[in-house]
Structure formats: structure tokens, C-alpha cells
Design a binder for this molecule. Sequence first.
Ligand SMILES: Cc1cc2nc3c(=O)[nH]c(=O)nc-3n(C[C@H](O)[C@H](O)[C@H](O)COP(=O)(O)O)c2cc1C
Length: 281
Amino acid sequence: MTRSSMPDQSATDAADSKLSISRITPSLSRANAAPATGPESTPAVRTATGKRGREAPLATIAAISQNSLMKDIADLRKSYERAELDETHAAGTPLRQFEQWMQEALAAKLPEPTAMTLATVGPEGQPSTRVVLLKGCDARGFVWYTNYASRKAQEIAGNPQAALQFHWVELERVARIEGRVEKTDAAESDAYFRTRPLDSRIGAWASPQSRVIPSRAVLVTEAARIGAKFLLDPPRPPHWGGYRLVPDTFEFWQGRRSRLHDRLRYALQADGSWLRQRLAP
Ligand SMILES: Cc1cc2nc3c(=O)[nH]c(=O)nc-3n(C[C@H](O)[C@H](O)[C@H](O)COP(=O)(O)O)c2cc1C
């Protein structure tokens, strides 16, 4: 097996499909096989089939199903065996390593290879996360676009320290990136906004992201109003644009057999170099 590249996937694919089918169905089949109760104790309504008779009430089925589900979840285990990440083959800089893994995620045609969890911290120190899409990365940092009045934006304004995480499930890989967030400049946000599909540009105007709204209809009506107002050329809203996380720490996690995973951390040093260290899994 080539280190840090993917081996033949047939064995793990077979294991994966077994995992998805056999692990999820038992809770349902066990629930369906729940012991029937007598007609007296069974309410006339709300049985599994809606019929009166010797059937477990839905509440009982739900409780059994819930217990089974929790057991099934606790029993889920998967051996990670696709690749390795070691010091002799990992890139010298974290950006190169990230680019290599992103290229492999793209080549593997993963469903959302650029989706990353963004963690921010609120005014009381409470963390929050959400998924955003990576729209650019280079030596300056990692860029995404969003609403500058959203919850995440307010939290970044109060505390610019944030973290990103990519989980490429099928490759058994995680990349974690921490650093300080800054806004992209207006020209960069404008340039990206122009590349967005029309409905996304309208949506950026129409959605007061993170705010409570009375109904979906309000959103749709506002989108129609914005569409009629700007026709085919909505400008970038002043409340919408990019952020760039300027990294000071990266971690690359590669799942390995027996939970002895590979973890390499790169930490930015005062002289601008990156210190690479192995972490225990
Ligand atoms: C796959 C995926 C990609 C997303 N990409 C973005 C994005 O690039 N920008 C964005 O503002 N929200 C994106 N969202 C929605 C966010 O996860 C979140 O709901 C929204 O930004 C509001 O978060 P906040 O209230 O914490 O600010 C995405 C959601 C998913 C599931």
C-alpha cells in the first residue's frame, strides 16, 4: 500500500454496506416483533397499524425502538484501514498536506468535499458550530462566505478565534484548522458574489440569516420582491461577504486499525516555520 494514498477499496466497501444495512434495521425489526398485549390493555387507537387488537401501542414500540436504537448506535464499530499518514511521507507544510488531501477528496468524488464545520465562540464563552463551504485556500488562509449579521458573524466580531473541521468520512480522514478570522476585502467578496447563481445572489438579500422569521412565506415573498427589484443583476448586499481564517494550527487525522490512528499536528512558530508533531490518538 502506498502511504498516504488509498488502497483497494473493495474490502472496506463491502464492510461499509454491511454496516449500513445490518446496523440500522435491527431496531426496527425488534420493534415490530414486540410482544402483543391483550385487547383490554391495548388502546383502541394509536397502534402500529391503526387497527384495534393484539398489537403493542405505539408508545411501547417507540420505547423499545428507542432502546434498540441506542444499543445499535453504541454497538457501531468500524475499523479504519484505508491509508496511513507518517512523518516521512506527510508534506513539510500544512497547506501542502491540506491541498493533497483535498485533491484526493475531490478525486474520490465525495458528496461535499468542501463542506467544513466552523466553530466560533459566543460572548459567554459558549461554543457553536455550523457547516459552511470552503471557497478558497492559499497561504493567506481559508475563505468562506456568509451573512455579516448572522450568529457566526456576531460571534466572530466578539472573538475572532475560530476553528474549522473537514470530515472526509469515506477516506477516514479529518483535517482541523484553528486560527484568527478576518473579513475578506470588498473587492474579493464582490468578485466571488458575481460568480454565484442568480437565486443564490437573491437569497443573500432576502434572508436575514439567523434571525427568527414568522413564516417561510415571508422569505419567499422577500425573494420575489428582491428578484423584481434587481432583475438579473443583484449587487452584493452590504451585509454579505467573505471571511478568511488565518491558520496557526493544523491537525491531520488518518483513521488506522485498532484505534491506533495517525495524528500529525503542525503549529506555527514565531519565526514563521511550522513545527510538526505526532499526537496520540
Ligand atoms: C453543506 C452545507 C453548506 C453550507 N454552506 C454555507 C455557507 O457557505 N455559508 C453560510 O452562511 N451558510 C452555509 N450553510 C448553512 C449554515 O450551516 C448555517 O445554517 C448558517 O450559516 C447559519 O449559521 P449561524 O446562525 O450559526 O450563523 C451550509 C449548510 C450546509 C449543510
